[in-house]
Design a protein around this ligand. Structure first.
Ligand code: SAM
Length: 394
């Protein structure tokens, strides 16, 4: 496909996303219906789509449009990159159709990047400006700028099976270039050949797992002790369970309200060479754990580089529903943690409502509990936005 035809495909896919399709789903269904596209085409189109979704407000404004559309986003992206739209919008060989007079008029009066209002320039929904400024303080602009860029790819070295130099060497054998990352000892950043990871022997044999650096650092800070009973209550695919199990030989149980989310966990644990028991809710009755990890459902506002559509679909109502569920999960954990045990609460959000305020409200509802450690990671640290708090009884 030509560069212009790739832009044409990105426009179609963006229009589907703007009509309500999830970005991943829209990309997959386009690829299935477009067998002529090679892997390089699919990767380039994917980059166009995600770049446009990260910068939805600014690109729309730079096209002079009032509402986003696939064409406006790609026109705005070309303008932001200093490229001439007429070179690509030719209508030839699957390229986007030439610009209409209306589009030309809109472009001619569209503001320069430097003249955009703050929320537009930072690609932030208006209603989230104040909550994010409150949470991020002086880092607000820097973090919001970071959310407009692609995320680095991180791997977690499975320390139960390999050390960092051995994992980096094994990846290099399959053309994946990686380097240690300072955020935590298990994290390596992929700096070349990221598309080869899933077929590499290091990945297939469980030496490395795909996991962002921030949750790795949060897991590394947990008070894990050999032989203790650990429950990952919102285990999902089991990323945190496996990260803990690689660090410490303890007794791990995984649970999720939607057990089908854990379906790959036994195979992933086998590949990683660690043991994990999977239990449903009834099996937890009467049990007590030394550490209960709550990696709760959240807005995902720390992961907007990877899942930018979430930035635009989050609403105040959805956020308040999430806050309620998080509070219920926290309160429920009190009954399954041992008297001298701890609750580790984690979100991939940067919003105080899901983080600090949630913990303060828990402590106010549950006298005797206190927060003994808390950390918020932002993309300035290298990984995604992530929050972690450790709660113990006095
Ligand atoms: C952030 S995801 C977990 C990701 C996972 N820990 C990982 O590292 O791959 C949140 C999980 O919480 C689960 N969940 C939602 N409500 C729950 C509840 N009331 N009790 C337990 N799990 C719940 C969801 O099904 C989802 O899998």
């Amino acid at each position: 496909m030509t560069p212009a035809a790739r832009l044409g495909a990105a426009i179609d896919i963006l229009d589907r996303v703007l009509s309500g399709a999830a970005a991943e789903q829209a990309l997959t269904s386009w690829a299935r219906a477009s067998r002529f596209a090679g892997s390089g085409d699919r990767a380039a189109i994917r980059d166009h789509v995600y770049d446009a979704l990260r910068c939805l407000r600014s690109f729309t404004a730079m096209a002079g449009a009032h509402t986003p559309s696939g064409r406006a986003l790609i026109l705005g992206s070309l303008r932001a990159a200093g490229q001439e739209p007429d070179e690509f919008f030719t209508g030839e060989a699957y390229a986007p159709l030439p610009l209409s007079q209306t589009e030309r008029n809109a472009l001619s009066v569209a503001p320069e990047a430097g003249a955009l209002p703050e929320a537009v320039a930072l690609d932030c929904p208006d209603w989230l400006m104040v909550p994010l400024k409150d949470a991020l303080g002086e880092n607000f602009t820097h973090v919001l700028q970071a959310f407009r860029e692609r995320a680095p790819v991180f791997l977690r070295v499975n320390s139960a099976r390999a050390d960092v130099p051995a994992a980096i060497e094994a990846l290099a054998d399959d053309g994946v270039e990686a380097q240690p990352h300072p955020l935590t000892q298990t994290a390596i950043e992929v700096i070349g050949g990221a598309r080869r990871i899933r077929n590499s022997a290091a990945y297939l044999s469980g030496l490395v797992e795909l996991q962002d650096a921030s949750p790795q650092a949060a897991v590394a800070a947990l008070p894990l002790r050999r032989g203790m009973k650990v429950l990952d209550f919102c285990a999902g695919g089991g990323g945190k369970t496996l990260a803990m199990a690689a660090l410490c030989d303890a007794d791990y149980t995984a649970h999720d309200v939607a057990p089908q989310r854990m379906r790959d966990l036994p195979e992933r644990a086998r590949r990683a060479g660690v043991a994990v028991s999977i239990r449903n809710g009834k099996a937890l009755i009467g049990q007590r754990f030394d550490l209960v990890l709550l990696d709760v459902p959240c807005s995902g506002s720390g992961t907007w580089r990877r899942a930018p559509d979430a930035k635009w679909t989050l609403t105040p109502d959805r956020l308040s529903d999430l806050v309620k569920v998080q509070a219920e999960i926290l309160d429920g954990a009190v009954d399954i943690v041992a008297p001298s045990g701890a609750i580790a609460y984690m979100t991939c959000s940067l919003l105080d409502a899901e983080n600090r305020e949630q913990i303060d409200a828990f402590i106010a509802r549950n006298p005797g509990w206190h927060c003994c450690a808390e950390r918020m990671f932002t993309p300035i640290d290298g990984g995604d936005g992530f929050y972690s708090a450790l709660l113990t009884r006095e």
